[in-house]
Design a protein around this ligand. Structure first.
Ligand SMILES: C[S@@+](CC[C@H](N)C(=O)[O-])C[C@H]1O[C@@H](n2cnc3c(N)ncnc32)[C@H](O)[C@@H]1O
Length: 330
């Protein structure tokens, strides 16, 4: 095999040059020989000392767990192409047929992703008041607590005890960009605080409510972790809290049931304030049903609304979307 031999002090410059020329053999290991470094190359190149050398194969991490997983070949087409990563925990949704191979799938994920330390399969959809899901441990450390980083903040949480979706990071940033300094925000369904902590970096005060004691415990920890003081965590049913708070901006991130809490949102928002409403919809009727409900509740309360924006947030099931409607209340 051919090698390019250079003095160690020139090695980095030459490595970049060989990559630029497309002739560095990246599947082989670079050799160090005293004061010299020898790069494996695919062909001769002018201007360098060329030597004959033997090189070992470089250990490469697979690009996907699917390259290294040990399962019967007829089941391979069923392997999911992606999974959620929360901190250093991977959570994968497996079809029934793959459950018996869960351990192999978990180990393949650990092999392909250095930063993942533990792998779980989703056993159920999110359910119950706390919107949590059952998990089955597949591989790696047996723990459910982790620290997730998104939008420049750190969120400590337990994936088995609280709701958290890393897929909403862009949506949270969108709300952050709309919020203004000096505002009072009411995060009605705060969880461990992905909206609250982020918004607290910009607005005056965030009232953050959740009915799950674990969510509020982690929210308290996340306040400290991110050094934000201007969040007021409230443990309890938002029905009992609404109306006592007067906010410039209300976040209703409980898409499955938000329509049941519109009254609570509208009695908590100041005149001219904004509500960020979330829902689930079929693609044939994305916004109409939700808008009808929003207008009905506004009418009951003798208030007016003006829609600022309606949009799809993300797909969540075949033909189903998580949608957002931002509206002003007068
Ligand atoms: C879909 S999660 C959203 C959490 C968080 N906003 C996030 O983005 O990760 C909804 C949250 O609402 C909380 N919740 C459900 N019903 C509630 C109620 N009546 N009052 C207050 N919180 C409630 C659940 O415990 C859960 O943490």
């Amino acid at each position: 095999m051919l090698g390019v031999k250079v003095p160690r002090r020139d090695a980095e410059k030459v490595r970049k040059k060989l990559i630029e020329l497309g002739i560095l053999a990246t599947d082989l290991r670079v050799k160090h020989n005293g004061e010299f470094v020898i790069f494996p190359v695919k062909e001769k190149v002018e201007g360098f000392e060329i030597v004959e050398e033997t090189f070992e194969r470089a250990k490469r991490r697979p690009h996907s767990y699917r390259e290294v997983v040990d399962i019967p070949s007829e089941l391979r087409p069923l392997l999911p192409s992606s999974f959620d990563i929360i901190g250093d925990i991977a959570i994968i949704e497996l079809p029934e047929e793959l459950i018996p191979y869960g351990k192999n799938i978990g180990e393949a994920i650990l092999k392909a992703h250095k930063h993942i330390k533990t792998v779980f399969a989703k056993r159920s959809k999110v359910s119950g008041e706390y919107r949590v899901r059952e998990l089955i441990h597949l591989a790696g450390e047996k723990r459910t607590e982790t620290i997730h980083r998104e939008n420049g903040i750190r969120l400590k949480l337990d994936v088995a005890k609280v709701y958290f979706s890393p897929r909403l990071a862009t949506e949270r940033m969108r709300v952050f960009k709309k919020a203004k300094e000096g505002e009072v925000v009411f995060d009605m369904f705060a969880g461990v605080g992905p909206y609250s902590i982020l918004l607290a970096k910009k607005v005056k005060t965030v009232f953050a409510c959740d009915i799950n004691p674990w969510a509020i415990k982690y929210l308290e920890e996340n306040k400290k972790l991110n050094k934000v003081e201007n969040i007021v965590p409230i443990l309890g049913d938002v029905r009992k809290v609404a109306g006592q708070i007067k906010a410039d901006r209300v976040i209703m991130n409980l898409p499955k049931f938000a329509h049941e809490f519109l009254k609570e949102a509208m009695i908590s928002v100041k005149t001219g304030g904004v509500v960020h409403y979330y829902g689930f919809s079929h693609e044939n009727n994305l916004f109409d049903e939700h808008l009808k409900k929003i207008k009905e509740v506004a009418k009951e309360l003798g208030r007016d609304i003006k829609v600022l924006e309606k949009r799809k947030v993300r797909p969540y099931a075949p033909y189903q979307f998580n949608i957002a409607i931002d509206f002003v209340v007068f």
